[in-house]
Write a protein that binds this ligand. Structure first.
Ligand code: 4AD
Ligand code: MG
Length: 461
């Protein structure tokens, strides 16, 4: 592997030879001189390569240099007279390894993000998507770093599962049966006992239930993997396939859970600010002029913490006309979440103690028997970025709650067992990884922060 553009640009000074391998971002042909900018994705900047007429092939094949070509250029690294960059390569040799056929869909002009989604195999070559991928990578690294430094074990939870962790029924089925001719029982119903796993199975919506198993033995664990939801939500914040980070901690109650969520987000934000400075400068200039200021502010200031009941009072007193009217008991909609985090409070807000009726079956029931120890972290623009709770660890409370949700004891026998054998208070949360990337980059649509978005009606690539 050769030196990357990042490494070349990080050299202390000009002088010496360098070889750059990458793709041409821009090519400018002048009389006796060609300028190309070569990018390899290692950093935001490309390397400017100056091709003089003495370079072999100048008048012939090198006239074909254009946006998109895969090239290898070798030459001397010199100080650049241009203000855009400090160093440039004065080419001695340029080889077009991968020429570009007619009709290359990425031209120098700005393309809409919608169009770029339709060429997701080429969009990583754009400034924006390249920056998004680097930020994604840095955020993932920061996440592992945060948990590893605190002694959390990374747990690999299954992708194929028989349980609906959220009890919301948004499951993608996993089956090898012929949909036109499935096995049927005597009554004519589809017989899943004949299917691959001998039962109905689905893609996981969350690794939480399995993470609880591990936390009740290993104390502090986290998952980081893909999750799937068959919600028909065509919004800028929903994907059918997204990555989730789910820490789960034993001997931990709601307060400490909220503390961890806050420290966690701050760590990741700070890491991205310091490790992706060029990419963040680009987002701040081209995508959202306030993004750096917002993130810096968030890293420095404590999050607000309010209860659901307080949130409802704030919304009712707001004088705003919401599409979904507010009364105690409703699930907070995105417009409400954004009003709280964006307008009223103006910073990340942790809302706790939601009505039991609108939350999942596993959340710890408060003494009022109406609310549960849930927490959602709301941020400006994106709304809910984290959802979590203290878990119901009391068997006698959990069992009737599950029955109310229509979950059969027989299907969740192991989950109930955990409440029989050494059950202790435990808590955790789930961070939607793409919502985090969306928030730090300021990108308007979640489909542009995952390499290959899966959404209703679309699964190309
Ligand atoms: O709030 P959710 O549904 O919580 C859970 O799944 C819990 N089991 C987590 C836990 O306590 N371990 O999802 C967690 C987060 C949300 O806050 C949101 O950021 C993200 O996952 N999320 C989605 N992101 C993109 N597209 C979707 N369709 C999402 N649904 C949830
Ligand atoms: Mg949620």
């Amino acid at each position: 592997m050769g030196e990357s553009v990042r490494q070349i640009l990080a050299r202390e000074s000009a002088g010496g030879t360098a070889t750059v391998r990458g793709w041409v971002r821009t090519a400018r042909h002048a009389k006796g001189l060609t300028f190309i900018e070569v990018s390899d994705g290692s950093c935001f900047a490309g390397l400017q390569v100056v091709v003089e007429s003495t370079v072999p092939g100048f008048e012939t094949e090198l006239r074909q240099l254009q946006t998109g070509c895969g090239v290898v250029a070798t030459g001397e690294l010199v100080e650049s007279p241009g203000k855009e960059q400090s160093l440039e390569l004065r080419a001695a040799r340029v080889e077009i390894v991968g020429p570009v056929a007619d009709g290359y869909p990425l031209q120098k002009k700005r393309h809409s993000f919608e169009y770029l989604r339709s060429i997701a195999h080429l969009r990583p070559r754009t400034n924006t998507v390249g920056s998004v991928f680097r930020v994604r990578n840095a955020a993932a690294r920061a996440i592992h770093e945060f948990f590893q430094e605190r002694g959390f074990l990374w747990l690999h939870t299954p992708i194929i599962t028989a349980s609906d962790a959220e009890g919301a029924g948004n499951l993608f089925r996993v089956s090898v049966m012929d949909p036109a001719d499935p096995a049927r029982d005597a009554a004519g119903a589809v017989d899943f006992s004949e299917d691959f796993f001998g039962r109905e199975t689905f893609l996981t919506v969350s690794g939480q239930l399995e993470a609880e198993i591990a936390a009740l033995a290993l104390t502090n664990v986290y998952t980081f993997g893909p999750t799937f939801r068959a919600e028909n939500s065509n919004t800028s914040r929903h994907l059918a396939e997204f990555w989730m980070v789910e820490p789960e901690m034993a001997f931990c109650e709601l307060e400490a859970n909220a503390d961890l969520a806050e420290a966690f987000l701050k760590h990741v934000f700070e890491y991205v600010l310091t490790h992706c400075a060029d990419d963040m400068a680009f987002f701040n200039q081209r995508i959202d002029k306030t993004v750096i200021e917002t993130i810096e502010h968030i890293v420095r200031t404590p999050f607000e913490r309010i209860t659901y009941t307080e949130a409802v009072s704030i919304l009712q007193a707001s004088g705003e006309s919401f599409e979904f009217p507010v009364e105690w008991g409703i699930d907070l909609q995105s417009e409400h979440e954004r009003y709280l985090a964006e307008k009223h409070i103006g910073k990340p807000t942790i809302v706790t103690d939601y009505p039991a009726a609108i939350k999942a079956f596993y959340m710890y029931l408060n003494d009022d028997e109406k609310t549960v120890r849930a927490l959602d972290v709301l941020v400006p623009k994106v709304g809910e970025i984290i959802g979590g709770s203290q878990r119901e660890h009391r068997l006698d409370v959990l069992q009737p709650r599950m029955a109310e949700h229509g979950l059969a004891d027989a299907d969740y026998w192991w989950y109930l067992d955990l409440r029989r054998y050494g059950s202790v208070p435990h808590s955790g949360f789930g961070l939607g990884f793409e919502r985090l990337v969306q928030f730090v980059t300021g990108m308007a649509n979640i489909r542009d922060v995952i390499p290959f978005p899966r959404v209703p009606g679309y699964a190309e690539f």
